[in-house]
Write a new protein. Structure first.
Length: 236
């Protein structure tokens, strides 16, 4: 039988901190490499404490949350993370309201949500209104997602004409000054509606494992996501 080599002093110290995280008030004065190791371990650990969120640097750019998401969303509502661009969440109690708070408080470019059984189609409203920097959205194994938000009357989601056609309309010949002004106003309104009501920034959408997805609800995706380059949909 080969004896295990003893843990290093650093490993023992990290374990001690994680086990007693509720008593830690600050990471100030700790070497940056060790601090990042601590935060990374805490972020991926199964500890039930929410105190680690308070210890995160405000300049954190990437984060993985596997627990205490309600505490996290409430905390960042008053303590925004201005540099956080990538967030991955696996938490069954995540709600639409949590997503809304997070998007309002962080300039997310990538948001991955998995097994969040309590979110619904309303999450797309939050993404549309507050995900102004979002390029990649992944909602996997979320049973409340069925695509019904994209079905029906498109006036709530975007211009019925493709975005390219809307842009081309600005080049139509003008007969007189009145028509010119009217056309200009109409085109501006059309473009504003398109920008406000469609997901202009999203280039990647993943809905794998959303078993409630109905194909008929997805027929207008090309208009709702005019710049989409990657789409993954599977009920498995």
């Amino acid at each position: 039988m080969v004896a295990k080599s003893p843990s290093s002093l650093l490993e023992l110290c990290i374990k001690f901190v994680i086990d007693n995280i509720d008593s830690v008030e600050t990471f100030e004065g700790i070497d940056s490499t060790i601090k990042q190791t601590l935060l990374s371990r805490l972020n991926r650990s199964t500890c039930s404490s929410s105190n680690f969120v308070k210890l995160l640097d405000r300049d954190t750019t990437e984060l993985v949350i596997d627990h205490n998401i309600t505490f996290f969303s409430d905390y960042i509502s008053t303590h925004p993370f201005p540099m956080l661009t990538s967030l991955r969440i696996t938490d069954s109690i995540l709600t639409d309201n949590d997503v809304d708070k997070i998007l309002r408080s962080c300039p997310l470019v990538s948001l991955q949500i998995k097994k969040a059984h309590m979110i619904s189609e309303n999450v797309f409203n939050s993404v549309k209104e507050n995900g102004r920097f979002l390029l990649k959205l992944s909602l996997t194994e979320c049973i409340g997602i069925n695509g019904s938000a994209f079905h029906g009357n498109l006036k709530d989601w975007g211009n019925k004409k493709p975005v390219n056609n809307t842009k081309k309309s600005s080049n139509l010949p003008r007969n007189n000054n009145n028509n010119s002004n009217n056309n200009s106003n109409n085109n501006n309104n059309s473009n504003n509606n398109s920008n406000n009501n469609t997901f202009q920034t999203l280039i990647s959408l993943n809905l794998n494992g959303c078993k409630g997805i109905v194909a008929a609800n997805l027929v207008h995706l090309d208009q709702i996501f005019p710049n989409l380059q990657e789409l993954e949909i599977s009920k498995i």
